[in-house]
Design a binder for this molecule. Sequence first.
Ligand SMILES: Nc1nc2c(ncn2[C@@H]2O[C@H](COP(=O)(O)OP(=O)(O)O)[C@@H](O)[C@H]2O)c(=O)[nH]1
Ligand SMILES: [Mg+2]
Length: 332
Amino acid sequence: MPANLPPQYHEAEKIYRSAKTPEEKVEALEAMLAIMPKHKGTDHLRAELRRRIAKHQEESQRRPSGGKKGGSYNIRREGAGQIVLVGLPNSGKSRLVSALTEAAIEVADYPFTTKAPVPGMMEFENIKIQLVDMPPLTDREAKPWLSHLLRNADVLLVMIDLSEDPLVQMDAILAELEGMKVKLLGMELKDEFLIGVALKKALIVGNKNDLDNGGENYALLKSSYGDKMPVVSVSAQKGIGLEEMKRTVYNMLDIIRVYTKSPGAKADFSEPVILKTGSTVEDAAGSVHKDFLRRLKYAQVWGSGKFDGQRVSRGYVLEEGDVIEFHVGKIE
Ligand SMILES: Nc1nc2c(ncn2[C@@H]2O[C@H](COP(=O)(O)OP(=O)(O)O)[C@@H](O)[C@H]2O)c(=O)[nH]1
Ligand SMILES: [Mg+2]
């Protein structure tokens, strides 16, 4: 472990060690991840933290909740990542999810149409990403379970209606999130805030850019938050800006797509293996098949390697788009 980690990291690690529930563990790990400096030297450690986050998130989702009982809904994570929508009533959350997924969703021009979380799968190139439509943050009845879903998400999609004042909406959303002990990464981080607080990656989506003031309000939003987190402009209704939004979401997931091939064959680029950034040949083998991992001798990589078909060891760190050929020993 690098010795030059800031003191808050060790604080968060202590909290992690003493955490009892998977949710508390995820929170502490996310704090550790947020505090850790980002460079090549911490790639492995960050990948390890993400692995643990994923593990505890799974644990938390496996625990029986029986729908809304105990005030909690669980949405099982599917695809390459889970994106949960947050926003005020009528910002267009449901419209966006219905534009991008097959989910059967009610869109209406009166507030509080959405009462329960509704997941749908959004296609991006050769993968699928899960979007979860949500009731507005201001929905009192939904409060207890809203917070749980926000904490479990990989990325929060903050929906802003560009036909209204964007900064007033952001303030209201940030205040609601703060009330649920959810903090957006990129916003100012106070030490005392870390305990019990979930730090979440967020993307701000300015919606309804087809309406009057859309451009002006977007410029205002971008100049106020653009240095803190990604901000994009879309029209869910007219289908404007959605491709750029999808790519931004993908980039925020910290994942790579690699492809496997058998000797003498071509890689199948329609079936990526999805891995966390910083994953190794060994991780890739394990995610294809446990047995593969056990029998793995070495691999050849096309793409990020120095030359095509370079022979690499189990610990070799893979990059987006790499093609891997596994060479395994005999079954004992
Ligand atoms: N002009 C315009 N209207 C939109 C857009 N997206 C949503 N709306 C409208 O805004 C209203 C609220 O949308 P809805 O998706 O139900 O909002 P939610 O409460 O955030 O889920 C509906 O009347 C939608 O048709 C958009 O991009 N442009
Ligand atoms: Mg809705």
